[in-house]
Design a protein around this ligand. Structure first.
Ligand SMILES: Nc1ncnc2c1ncn2[C@@H]1O[C@H](COP(=O)(O)OP(=O)(O)OP(=O)(O)O)[C@@H](O)[C@H]1O
Ligand SMILES: [Mg+2]
Length: 357
């Protein structure tokens, strides 16, 4: 059993931290959890625009929650990360590490000198002498941006993961996979949708889409002529009494209609990615979708996905698989923020000295 780390999810809407203790029998106990909201546009399209705000946010979380662990597991996502499943002749891990430098060029749209490469052997077919390998390439300048803010906040960025794999680790905590199932893990944050489709519990397809909760906020801003904060409050189901004196009164039905039409557009975009995968999966169909991310809570999005994808949609809550002391952590608060804590939960289960899985 490797040494524990602090999971750190630097999202564009909020930073989350989580520390878990591994108990006997593979159970997990919550030691620390915290969330810090970032100012608008601190991160745009995955690029760090306001590193001071992020450094300050991490420092604040560490101080506020009296976090002692300095070793961090964090993640990146978006268009600077390329994940491909490739087929290669069977070879050892060492041989793979060496040959991938030569093999990878043809699979990624960036220069090999600008990326960090990682691989994972998914399965080996002794009969054909071929194996399937997951190739992950992440742009070095983006990795440097993220590791720099972590270091500047006084922490050690020792494990670097990818959001779509972190949600897979969080999903594994629930251990509710049935053989033969095709499960789409769909994490909808503020700026990005991360999709990871699992067949028999193994990644078969991943894709990040440049969409998220911001779409809803922007549509409300545009159509109801309110500012960002007011639009965000309306999206969450609140009122904006201060704005109502300056603008015409806003009818909840108008907000509802915007949430509905944006949900439908988003569901179609997600369907497009899933269909792209299914087209390669000879006649297979989707068993279910596990939805996470803060945007999973938008009123009506789950229903829009259900009718577009025509399969059951579950909303994920990692705290159902993590035990905690109700005197230290408010159960209602944890269940409220459960969906947006999937990435950080997956990161917090990583151990130093373990082989990444
Ligand atoms: N109750 C709610 N109803 C609707 N939307 C919500 C709710 N709670 C949070 N959100 C939205 O969820 C988004 C934040 O989700 P999350 O924390 O998963 O994103 P992030 O990780 O910070 O961003 P990203 O990964 O996309 O950069 C925001 O757009 C926020 O407005
Ligand atoms: Mg996120």
């Amino acid at each position: 059993m490797g040494r524990g780390v602090l999971g750190l999810d630097i999202g564009s809407h909020s930073i989350k931290v989580m520390e878990l203790k591994e108990a006997r029998g593979g159970a997990w106990k919550l030691l620390k959890f915290g969330l810090h909201k970032l100012p608008a546009e601190a991160i745009v399209d995955g690029a760090i625009m306001n590193s001071a705000a992020i450094v300050e946010g991490i420092r604040d979380l560490v101080a506020r929650h009296k976090i002692k662990t300095r070793d961090v597991s964090t993640s990146v996502s978006g268009h600077s990360v390329i994940i491909k499943k490739i087929s290669l002749p069977v070879m050892s891990e060492e041989e793979l590490e060496e040959s991938i430098q030569w093999e990878a060029e043809q699979y990624i749209p960036f220069s090999i000198n600008d990326v960090n490469l990682d691989t994972q052997i998914l399965n080996i077919n002794e009969e054909t002498g071929q194996m399937e390998v997951l190739l992950v390439a992440a742009k070095r300048d983006m990795i440097q941006e993220y590791t720099a803010v972590v270091s500047e906040a006084g922490l050690k960025p020792l494990i670097l993961d990818v959001d779509s794999f972190a949600i897979e680790n969080a999903y594994d905590l629930s251990q509710d996979l049935e053989a033969g199932e095709i499960v789409a893990l769909v994490n909808i944050g503020a700026g990005l949708i991360n999709i990871n489709i699992l067949t028999n519990g193994i990644t078969a397809f991943t894709r990040d889409i440049n969409m998220g909760g911001n779409q809803f906020t922007e549509e409300i801003q545009k159509q109801l002529n309110v500012n960002y904060e007011e639009a965000e409050a309306l999206k969450l189901g609140g009122n904006i009494s201060s704005a109502q004196s300056t603008t015409e009164a806003i009818v909840p039905q108008e907000v509802g209609a915007i949430l509905r039409s944006t949900s439908e557009a988003m569901a179609v975009e997600i369907q497009r990615s899933i269909d792209f995968f299914l087209a390669t999966a000879s006649g297979a169909s989707l068993s279910r979708v596990v939805l996470s991310g803060g945007t999973a809570k938008v009123a009506g999005l789950k229903e829009a996905l259900e009718s577009t994808l025509n399969c059951p949609i579950q909303i994920s809550d990692p705290f159902r698989s993590i035990s905690f002391n109700p005197k230290e952590f408010d159960p209602d608060y944890l269940s409220e923020i459960g969906p947006m804590s999937c990435v950080v939960a997956g990161l917090a289960t990583r151990r130093l000295g373990d082989k990444p899985q």
